[in-house]
Design a protein around this ligand. Structure first.
Ligand code: GLV
Ligand code: MN
Ligand code: MN
Length: 409
């Protein structure tokens, strides 16, 4: 008989972890490698040890908890991340990690030892809200970014990943990627509206869309807002505003899966009566189709050049993250669908709009993802919510799938 996950235990763990870095409205602020992230990590590591997992911390701070199998084979790995954006919810990432631990608890209770080992991991700085690129820990794990490059990434105050890892005690000894999994399965909330709108319980994730993050630093000339004729202005803020509007129109015009967001913007001197001489802003472009994403990038670049020329501005461009779309392993994706349907849960195949550690792990081994609904499609928002019944159902799909893959050939 297949064991069942302890739903109450999962909900209690989510609640407990959410108290670390709790912010008004029920959300969480545990930016990567902050004191709050350290406290969250310490708690989850304690839980891993209490469940009997052998805990390994690697040189980029990824944490892997291992449960031995009957045979000494590469483990089937699950997991996600426990860092959050500054205005995050309590489920993004945390759900996948804590559901993984509930799978371990269920196996322990049922005294089941699987053929392959099972590993539950949480990866460093998935969010990319403090340090870029996002999915940093899993990218290093999969060999897509060198350790020294990752250590050098700095936040807005110039504090580096390497220094923060050392400071919070998570610069581990293990080599990232030393454990090459047999397969990787990530359970996550959808973070978008589709499952909730269509009242479908499980999203079978086939792919993750491509991500393009750019930071623009624009230099103009500050001058008096009342006396400077419009024809003489070199307004850095104007370019930032223009790109924001252009990107919105572009996404609407391109349609399909194209999305575009100016999420961070700062002006200097940021005063009511001074033409800004400096603007720093970010642009997040995503598309499921690499060619379309390149087209969006090229059209934005042409717009930036045009406006900069007209307004006589200097523009520095820095790519903060760039990942092509990823297609998950089709056999593993089929298994996700199979196990959801076996539990009488209706399913929908879909791409992921958000970035995930699983997209990096697909470089190393077959990977797939399971989505559960996000109420009203809200995420990266303190009001992020998934109904308890859906959280528990998703965890049971994960358990059944992990058991299957851990026993299989
Ligand atoms: C990560 O959460 C992202 O998709 O921005
Ligand atoms: Mn996430
Ligand atoms: Mn996120």
């Amino acid at each position: 008989m297949v064991p069942t996950v302890d739903g109450e235990s999962l909900l209690a763990a989510l609640d407990k972890l959410a108290r670390i870095g709790a912010i008004e409205g029920g959300g969480c602020a545990r930016l990567a490698l902050s004191d709050e992230d350290k406290a969250g990590r310490d708690l989850v590591v304690r839980w891993m040890k209490a469940l009997g997992l052998e805990v390994r911390v690697d040189a980029i701070g990824n944490v892997v908890g291992l449960r031995a199998g009957r045979e000494d084979l590469p483990p089937v790995m699950t997991g996600s991340h426990i860092d959050t954006v500054r205005t995050g919810g309590r489920y993004d990432g945390n759900y996948g990690v804590l559901a993984g631990l509930e799978v371990i608890r269920a196996l322990n209770t049922a005294r089941i030892t699987t053929r392959r080992p099972i590993a539950v991991a949480f990866f460093t700085n998935e969010e990319g809200a403090r340090f870029q690129p996002d999915m940093m820990g899993s990218l290093v794990y999969a060999g897509g970014l060198g350790l020294n490059e990752a250590y050098a990434a700095a936040d807005k105050d110039g504090v580096s990943v390497g220094d923060e890892l050392r400071r919070i005690g998570y610069l581990g000894a293990a080599r990232p990627g030393a454990i090459r999994p047999h397969a990787f399965i990530e359970l996550h909330i959808e973070q978008g509206p589709l499952l909730d709108e269509e009242k479908v319980r499980i999203g079978v994730v086939e792919s993750v869309q491509g991500i393009s993050w750019t930071e623009y630093t624009v230099t103009g000339v500050s001058n008096h807002a009342g006396t400077t004729p419009m024809r003489l202005r070199r307004d850095a803020g104007y370019l930032a505003a223009s790109v924001n509007l252009f990107a919105r129109k572009l996404a609407r015009e391109m349609g399909g899966h194209q999305v575009a967001t100016v999420g961070a913007l700062s002006l200097r001197p940021n005063l009511i009566n001074v033409v800004p001489n400096r603007a720093v802003f970010t642009l997040d472009l995503r598309n499921t189709d690499e060619q379309r994403l390149r087209e969006a990038e090229a059209r934005v670049a042409a717009h930036v050049a045009e406006v900069a020329g007209e307004e006589r501005l200097e523009v520095e461009t820095k790519v903060l993250a760039r990942f092509e779309p990823v297609i998950f392993d089709s056999a593993l994706v089929d298994r996700v669908e199979h196990h959801a349907r076996t539990l009488s849960l209706d399913t929908r195949r879909m791409p992921s709009g958000a970035g995930h550690d699983a997209q990096m792990m697909q470089r190393l081994c077959p990977a797939a993802m399971i989505f559960v609904p996000s109420v009203a499609g809200l995420s990266h928002n303190v009001k992020e919510h998934t109904e308890p019944a859906d959280l528990i159902a998703g965890a049971q799909v994960l358990l059944n799938l992990l058991l299957d893959v851990a026993e299989g050939g």
